[in-house]
Design a protein around this ligand. Structure first.
Ligand SMILES: [Zn+2]
Length: 248
């Protein structure tokens, strides 16, 4: 914990590890930092400050959530939306350009079907696992294995649950190989509060970024450069994966 909540004369603020204030003590309530952003309250309104102690937005929301995946959900006059780390109101859109509406953890929202417009839908699902394509990043065969348990690491799962993840991973890889994929990359998202596993078949265009070592560059490139035709092709590809996963 880099910063600590502290009360002075009935008002709240934060101090760093040396006890030095990082902001003025003007808040009626504050919450712990999450992803470098903390919720702060003045009167009955909420906003956020960053680790420099600067308010990233006006303190004007009726309710705010803690930041997750670089977004904070905020509520104003009964309406909810998201703020990014610069304090701008944003919508989370899928790669077909449609807004995805959910609150809190995106992986939980996928698990419980709160998000109703996942591109490609659910390729496979059981009581513990859901298999989808990444809703925001258009890459051919980019498969996400999600779990319906809000834990940040597989070490918090049972052995059976870990085995189930391995088993479905193998099925997905077999399906991808059957459809011609080679050099399949596996990633675990260890930075998210909700564990997920990514399976990405490498593609020629990725090699400009060093054989899949630079995932951030690869996903940024895909978001910027994939055409509508390519995205539709990825949806058809996902459908073929789905057929194979559900055929045996
Ligand atoms: Zn979750």
């Amino acid at each position: 914990m880099l910063f600590r909540k502290k009360e002075e004369l009935g008002k709240w603020g934060f101090v760093d590890i040396n006890g030095k204030p990082i902001c003025e003590f003007i808040y009626d309530d504050v919450r712990d930092f999450s992803e470098g952003i903390a919720a702060v309250k003045i009167g009955d309104k909420w906003g956020y400050i960053n680790e420099q102690g600067d308010e990233i937005c006006e303190i004007r929301y009726d309710a705010v959530g803690d930041f997750q995946s670089k977004l904070g959900v905020v509520e104003k006059e009964g309406k909810k939306c998201y703020l990014n780390t610069s304090g701008e109101e944003v919508a989370v859109t899928n790669f077909m350009g449609e807004e995805m509406v959910f609150e809190g953890c995106k992986s939980c929202a996928i698990g419980d079907h709160t998000i109703t417009n996942l591109p490609g839908g659910y390729l496979y699902e059981n009581e513990f696992i859901n298999v989808t394509i990444d809703p925001e990043i258009p890459i051919r065969g980019f498969i996400v294995i999600g779990i319906k348990k809000h834990v940040d690491t597989t070490t918090k799962l049972t052995k059976d649950e870990r085995m189930a993840i391995e088993e479905i991973t193998n099925k997905v890889k077999l399906a991808l190989e059957q459809l011609g994929a080679r050099n399949i990359l596996l990633f675990e998202d260890g930075f998210s509060e909700h564990y997920r596993r990514w399976i990405i078949p490498s593609d020629d265009w990725m090699f400009q970024f060093g054989r899949g070592k630079n995932l951030k560059q690869i996903t940024t490139y895909a978001r910027k450069n994939m055409s509508l035709e390519e995205k539709k092709d990825f949806l058809r590809f996902a459908d073929r994966v789905k057929q194979i996963l559900n055929s045996n």
